[in-house]
Every structure is written in structure tokens, then in C-alpha cells.
Design a protein around this ligand. Structure first.
Ligand code: HSE
Length: 444
């Protein structure tokens, strides 16, 4: 057939390995938007193989005959397929599959942040040795082009700060709890039904998913590989309606904030529920949306937001990677990505030296000296108070012999994690402070 619109007719033949939510979305875009994709890729992009675990399962897409199969070797042994999409998810067999695809001569597109966070070094190293490319725009913040931003568009800068909402499920749950008073469990169920959550949703709500994404961004931005275990990661599973209401009254919204900042030669990074002032754009990001505020030393703050979870937003980023491979852009970017410094220029700050402001919510016995003891402990550890509120709403602590207690809410000035931990140890010695004690970071 003759070329039309400058598009040569030899198609780019691809395989999709894993036809869950995202894999199906990629096939839908490639089939339903075939003309648009052909125009942007310079040639038609055709799904030649779609590899699944169970061929008999009913699916939300009709593929041409012969495409669907459970046999990965059909892809590995097909030299006409040069690009494979890994949308299996999880660590195994995704890792083995990507290695096999690379060794079989395929460039790989993946949305799998857990895989890159855990085995990125090995996979990227293997790809480079073999002269192959791994593209992973969809691995962080779904449809938001943040990998391109950090890896290419801000290349003249040293990134000096990242503040981000990177987990759509958690943000959806917090939004539903805050705006509609919905329970945590009901909001989580809804996030799962809408296809935002991971197969194991505890990875969303315990902060792991956001931490994996932050770790990938930190590696790109600072050339430093830090595992999720190397920095503080706290999920939203411990946030309750009382904290959301208290924060609201103080003029804050609670968000699961992923943050990284450079202080000299050190990086401070964390993922944790954080009070964000209501007039800051990050506090207003609703539902499954993600947002990222990057700070470059040349450009200053740059802001991205969009859908970070869901079928088509994530598939949109995967498809952009396929197009980038088709036109040769991904290969150029991949060969220059700053992922392999033996001696990174920046290292993780000691965890005790991390600094933040904090919101403390204590349940205390309403009797003389309690406030003096608490402020005395904070003062002893050099923690300065920004405000203290003790609403007159006594209750009995049914978990502690029905002793009357009142809430005490303290906002601190900036302090170190070490100072706060020492104060908490002293709080443990005061029987007038009941459990649970809530301690949340406050964003700058
Ligand atoms: N479960 C993830 C989220 C999907 O909720 O953000 C994208 O990684």
C-alpha cells in the first residue's frame, strides 16, 4: 500500500503482556485512536500479541483473532515484534518477563513502579548493555508527563525540591472523608470499584505506592538511589475524621504528601499524611488526581497536575512511550537518563536531623499541671510552640477506666525528628496523656 500523510505502511508491531486494567486501556487507545497514533508515530501501531494468564476470561475489549494468548514465547520468538508493553504489575513474574523481553531484542514500556523501584538498576543496566530501551512514563503519576519533565524538560536545572500527591487512591479517600464525611472503608471500596487502587490496596493506603514513585523521581532528579525502607513512609490508614476536622478548623487540609528537598549535599524525603495550608494549590487537589510541584534552581517552581490513576490516563502515558520509541525519542532519552552514579552527589540526611513543623493531637486528663508538664517536656527538647488549642469538649476515655479527658492540639514550630522522638519518649512517662497520640507533619 502507498504511504499516506507521509506515513510509511510498515506497521510497528507490539505486544502487550498483561491485559488487566492498564493493558486493556492501551489496546483500546491503539485500536480506537489508530489514525491519531499512526500520525504521531509516523506509522501504524498494531497489537500483534496480547498475553494473558487466562485466555477464557471475559474481557472488556474485542481483539482480532489470534492476538490473545497465554504463551509468552510467541512474543519472545517473534522478530517482527520490536516493542513490548509490560502491564503485569507486581514484582514477579514481571521482572523475569522484562528481562526475557529485553534479551529477545524488544524495547520495553512499563507502568510498573514497584518493579522499577526494586529492580530498576538491574533492568536498566541490562537494557543498556543490550542496547535496548525501557520507557516508564506511566510508572509515576499516571497520565502526568512527570518523567519527561524531570528527565528532559528541566534538564538545565538542578531540582531542589519536590512536593507531590502521588497516590490517587489515598487522595480519593481523603477527599471523600473530608468533603462528604464518608467513612474510610466506604471510600476505599469505592476507589477499588473505580479502578484506582492497586491489586493489593494496602500498598496505596500504607504509603508504599507513593514512596515507590517518589524513589523513582528522586533517582532521576538527584541521581541517588534510595529504597523505600531508607526514608519515613506513613500511610493514610491512621488518619481519622477527628484529625481531618481539627486540621480544617486550623485552616489546613490533610494530604498524603510525598516530599523531597535538597539541603546542601543532603536529601530529606518522606511520604506521610501532612497538613497543607488551604490556600496552597496542593491542598485543593481532589479525588484521584495527582499533583507535583517541582522546584528547579533555574526555573523556580513548576506545577503539574492531572489524573494519576485509572485506565485511560495511565494508558495514555504508556501509549506516549510507544510513540516515543516508534520515532526514536525514547532511545535518546533513555541513554542519557541520570540513573547510574556510582558516587551520588547527594545523600540521605540522617533521619533524626529531618526537620518539619508538626501537628500534635493529644488526649489529656483535665487537671492541674498537665499542660505545664507537656509544655515543659517540649521546651526541654527545644521544641517551640506555634499555637495550642484545648477545646472545652470533655469526654470519657472508655479505653482507660472512663477517666475524663479533653483534646489538646499543639502546632509546633520547625523541629527535628530526633527532638520530637525524645519528647514523645518523655510523654510516655506521663500517665495523664492517653493514647492514641497523633503526630502529623505540617508542610512548609
Ligand atoms: N494505585 C495507584 C494510585 C495507581 O492510586 O495512584 C497508579 O499507580
Amino acid at each position: 500500500m502507498p504511504a499516506t500523510d507521509g506515513i510509511p505502511q510498515s506497521p510497528l508491531q507490539i505486544a502487550i503482556v498483561g491485559m488487566g486494567n492498564v493493558g486493556t486501556g492501551v489496546a483500546k487507545i491503539l485500536i480506537e485512536q489508530a489514525d491519531r497514533i499512526a500520525h504521531r508515530a509516523g506509522r501504524p501501531v498494531v497489537v500483534k500479541h496480547a498475553i494473558v494468564k487466562d485466555e477464557t476470561k471475559s474481557r472488556d475489549i474485542v481483539l482480532p483473532p489470534g492476538v490473545l494468548s497465554s504463551d509468552l514465547s510467541r512474543v519472545l520468538n517473534d522478530p517482527t515484534v520490536t516493542v513490548a508493553v509490560e502491564t503485569i504489575g507486581g514484582l514477579h513474574p514481571a521482572k523475569e518477563t522484562v528481562l526475557a523481553l529485553l534479551k529477545a531484542g524488544k524495547d520495553v514500556v512499563t507502568a510498573n513502579k514497584a518493579l522499577l523501584c526494586e529492580y530498576g538498576h538491574e533492568l536498566f543496566g541490562t537494557a543498556r548493555e543490550l542496547g535496548r530501551t525501557i520507557a516508564f512514563e506511566a510508572a509515576v503519576a499516571g497520565g502526568i508527563p512527570i518523567i519527561a519533565a524531570v528527565g528532559q524538560s528541566m534538564a538545565a536545572n538542578q531540582i531542589i525540591g519536590i512536593q507531590a500527591i502521588l497516590n490517587g487512591t489515598s487522595n480519593y479517600i481523603l477527599t471523600e472523608m473530608q468533603l462528604y464525611g464518608r467513612s474510610y472503608a466506604a471510600a476505599l471500596k469505592q476507589a477499588q470499584d473505580l479502578g484506582y487502587a492497586e491489586a493489593d490496596p494496602s500498598l496505596d493506603v500504607n504509603g508504599t505506592d507513593a514512596a515507590q514513585k517518589l524513589s523513582i523521581l528522586v533517582q532521576l532528579a538527584f541521581g541517588t538511589k534510595l529504597a523505600v525502607a531508607d526514608f519515613p513512609v506513613v500511610g493514610i490508614d491512621a488518619v481519622d475524621q477527628t484529625d481531618i476536622r481539627c486540621a480544617e478548623e486550623l485552616g489546613y487540609t490533610i494530604k498524603l504528601l510525598a516530599s523531597a528537598k535538597l539541603t546542601g549535599k543532603h536529601i530529606e524525603l518522606s511520604v506521610r499524611p501532612t497538613l497543607v495550608k488551604k490556600d496552597r494549590p496542593l491542598s485543593q487537589i481532589p479525588g484521584p488526581f495527582n499533583a507535583i510541584l517541582l522546584e528547579g534552581d533555574m526555573v523556580g517552581p513548576v506545577w503539574y497536575s492531572g489524573r494519576g490513576a485509572g485506565q485511560l490516563p495511565t494508558a495514555s502515558a504508556v501509549t506516549a512511550d510507544i510513540i516515543d520509541i516508534a520515532v526514536g525519542r525514547a532511545q535518546l532519552t533513555f541513554s542519557r537518563l541520570d540513573l547510574w552514579r556510582e558516587k551520588p552527589a547527594f545523600t540521605n540526611l540522617g533521619l533524626d536531623d529531618y526537620t518539619s513543623r508538626y501537628f500534635l493531637r493529644l488526649k489529656v486528663e483535665d487537671k492541674p499541671r498537665v499542660m505545664a508538664d507537656i509544655t515543659g517536656i517540649l521546651g526541654k527538647h527545644g521544641i517551640s510552640l506555634a499555637s495550642v488549642i484545648q477545646p472545652e469538649t470533655p469526654e470519657v476515655d472508655s479505653a482507660a477506666a472512663n477517666v475524663p479527658v479533653v483534646p489538646l492540639i499543639i502546632m509546633t514550630h520547625r523541629t527535628t525528628a530526633g527532638q520530637l522522638a525524645a519528647a514523645n519518649r518523655d510523654f510516655d512517662k506521663l500517665p495523664a496523656i492517653h493514647h492514641p497520640r497523633v503526630c502529623l507533619a505540617v508542610a512548609d
